[in-house]
Ligand binder design. Structure first.
Ligand SMILES: *[C@@H]1O[C@H](CO)[C@@H](O)[C@H](O)[C@H]1NC(C)=O
Ligand SMILES: *[C@@H]1O[C@H](CO)[C@@H](O)[C@H](O)[C@H]1NC(C)=O
Ligand SMILES: *[C@@H]1O[C@H](CO)[C@@H](O)[C@H](O)[C@H]1NC(C)=O
Ligand SMILES: *[C@@H]1O[C@H](CO)[C@@H](O)[C@H](O)[C@H]1NC(C)=O
Ligand SMILES: *[C@@H]1O[C@H](CO)[C@@H](O)[C@H](O)[C@H]1NC(C)=O
Ligand SMILES: *[C@@H]1O[C@H](CO)[C@@H](O)[C@H](O)[C@H]1NC(C)=O
Ligand SMILES: *[C@@H]1O[C@H](CO)[C@@H](O)[C@H](O)[C@H]1NC(C)=O
Ligand SMILES: *[C@@H]1O[C@H](CO)[C@@H](O)[C@H](O)[C@H]1NC(C)=O
Ligand SMILES: *[C@@H]1O[C@H](CO)[C@@H](O)[C@H](O)[C@H]1NC(C)=O
Ligand SMILES: *[C@@H]1O[C@H](CO)[C@@H](O)[C@H](O)[C@H]1NC(C)=O
Ligand SMILES: *[C@@H]1O[C@H](CO)[C@@H](O)[C@H](O)[C@H]1NC(C)=O
Length: 441
């Protein structure tokens, strides 16, 4: 009796151990991972995604010779919509636009590679086009209750190099974002590797109640033409969004909160080479009213960036900044944004708050203060060493008028410049009594 009990216990342990050693085998690859917002969550939504049918898997077979798989992928989504799981476990090419905004209650296992074809003249005529910042896309996801997961092995490859080359020759070239959620209510995006987007990696637009977790982003040009505007995530007209536990290697904003981003949590990111975690830019369109409210940015490791924590709004006057990027005069507000916990390694500014985005003429900027009010902002628990670019200055908080910046606080900031000199901060039109930093102006 005693012997057989021990035997059973050992056999049990052995099967658990072998399952743990190869967690990606069999069913588990097509099963949605358990993902929770952690440790913070916006607390605004609590939708539950029911599990999918165990008998409805739509596995897409790739066409031979790298032909266009968009049609077969679309069919699979129609077939497995409302309760099933689409499985993309091979090497695919998307060479025509793919509109997946009709989804409901569906899981998507991307454990293979999705490549995007590089026929620029074709895409220029056929990709999805949006008014906001001339965004464009190869494909788009929207609907209700959609979970997209890659278990750490799935790849979305934007094949950006021809786009970087094209953009170097023609700065008006519109380049698609790699991954677009447009109107998704409830869902998750997890465990994917995204490489070389033509422009932004991710745009989360018109969406609510989304968790993004365990994503790796990496971009690099193979020649002298840089990969430009490779924002990690941009949120736009979206509420209750979590972006967490991810590794970002890019050359523009790591995460950026565009107009009407509310109840957002960003936590546990390692950003390298970016422009920081940015509110904005906002106030770009004179006829529009932009809101960014209730944002918590926590536990960020920021390296080799132009900025760590950043708030950028346009001045109250029209500004010609770059091709495809100009504006100013728009109104609205930024309210209740907290940056809590950020390590700095070789960033130019640990904090940058500007109301003069894109405008080099400061006289003009001060003459036309921003129409955006920034209030109830906290920067706290930040440490590390900046780059030598502005040494001994380590940060800049510049308001276009004292009435435009209300209750901006900084506490427990121990960022130093590499020279070892006393750190200094540029503070203009701020209430310095709320800033526990060494303001020099
Ligand atoms: C996947 O498909 C792309 C595009 O057709 C091709 O360039 C690449 O070599 C393929 N990769 C593999 C591993 O088959
Ligand atoms: C690219 O697309 C254009 C326009 O759709 C087409 O005429 C051309 O043949 C395509 N080129 C390649 C190499 O497929
Ligand atoms: C540059 O790209 C734009 C947008 O795609 C296009 O309309 C224009 O013709 C291109 N210019 C040249 C010189 O190719
Ligand atoms: C978001 O919704 C608005 C209003 O319906 C629409 O105009 C826009 O195209 C949608 N998508 C994006 C990315 O802006
Ligand atoms: C901070 O983020 C890292 C990932 O970058 C994670 O491993 C760690 O658990 C997080 N710590 C806290 C306290 O949230
Ligand atoms: C971080 O980015 C720099 C370029 O800014 C790059 O040289 C370096 O390899 C990146 N680090 C990692 C770990 O990828
Ligand atoms: C943002 O929200 C405000 C107020 O809720 C609204 O007036 C404005 O039109 C929205 N702007 C955009 C770009 O959706
Ligand atoms: C401020 O935002 C935080 C999330 O960052 C939220 O928990 C809190 O309720 C907000 N405060 C107000 C007054 O809305
Ligand atoms: C920052 O950049 C340097 C030089 O490019 C690189 O060696 C280092 O790994 C980067 N830091 C991180 C955390 O990636
Ligand atoms: C900056 O703006 C001021 C005020 O409008 C103007 O007088 C001045 O000429 C401008 N300077 C430059 C260099 O454009
Ligand atoms: C101040 O920030 C450091 C990180 O630099 C953190 O370890 C410490 O707990 C913070 N102190 C307070 C009082 O919050």
């Amino acid at each position: 009796m005693i012997h057989s009990t021990i035997f059973v216990a050992v056999a049990c342990l052995a099967s658990i151990a072998s399952a743990a050693a190869s967690p990606l085998h069999g069913r588990s690859l097509v099963t949605r991972p358990e993902i929770k917002a952690w440790p913070h969550s916006p607390g605004t939504h609590n939708s539950v995604s029911p599990s999918r049918s165990r008998s409805r898997y739509c596995t897409v077979k790739p066409t031979k010779n790298g032909g266009d798989d968009a049609g077969n992928i679309l069919k699979a989504f129609h077939k497995c919509n409302d309760g099933g799981t689409v499985v993309l476990d091979a090497n695919y090419t998307i060479a025509s636009p793919l509109d997946l905004t009709f989804l409901k209650h569906i899981d998507v296992a991307i454990t293979g590679t999705v490549n995007f074809a590089t026929n620029i003249s074709y895409w220029t005529d056929h990709m999805f086009k949006y008014a906001y910042q001339d965004a464009t896309a190869f494909w788009r996801f929207g609907g209700k209750d959609v979970n997209i997961f890659g278990h750490g092995v799935g790849v979305l490859n934007g094949n950006g190099q021809p786009w970087y080359d094209g953009f170097a020759a023609n700065s008006s070239l519109l380049r698609p974002v790699l991954f677009l959620l447009d109107g998704l209510q409830g869902g998750s995006v997890t465990g994917l590797n995204m490489i070389n987007p033509p422009s932004w990696f991710n745009l989360i637009a018109n969406s609510t109640d989304i968790i993004v977790s365990d994503i790796k982003l990496k971009v690099g040009s193979t020649n002298a033409n840089p990969a430009k505007n490779t924002d990690g995530w941009d949120t736009y007209r979206s509420d209750s969004i979590v972006i967490q536990n991810s590794v970002i290697n890019n050359g523009d904003d790591c995460v950026s909160f565009k107009p009407n981003s509310t109840n957002i949590v960003v936590q546990g990111l390692q950003c390298n080479g970016s422009h920081g975690i940015s509110v904005g830019s906002l106030g770009q369109y004179a006829e529009e009213f932009d809101v960014v409210e209730n944002v918590y940015v926590y536990n960020i490791s920021m390296s080799n960036a132009s900025d760590g924590a950043r708030i950028k709004v346009w001045p109250g006057v029209y500004t010609n900044f770059q091709d495809n990027l100009n504006g100013g005069g728009g109104s609205g507000y930024v309210k209740n944004v907290t940056y809590d916990g950020m390590s700095n390694t070789n960033n130019d500014w640990a904090i940058e708050l500007t109301q003069c985005y894109g405008q080099k003429n400061l006289t003009l900027c001060n003459q036309y203060p921003s129409n955006m009010i920034i209030s109830d902002i906290v920067f706290k628990n930040m440490w590390g060493v900046t780059s030598k670019k502005y040494d001994p200055k380590v940060g800049t908080l510049v308001c276009s008028d004292a009435s435009k910046c209300v209750n901006i606080q900084a506490h427990n900031i121990s960022v130093t410049p590499p020279s070892g000199k006393t750190a200094t901060w540029v503070c203009t039109n701020m209430d310095n009594s709320l800033l526990d930093i060494n303001c020099i102006s």
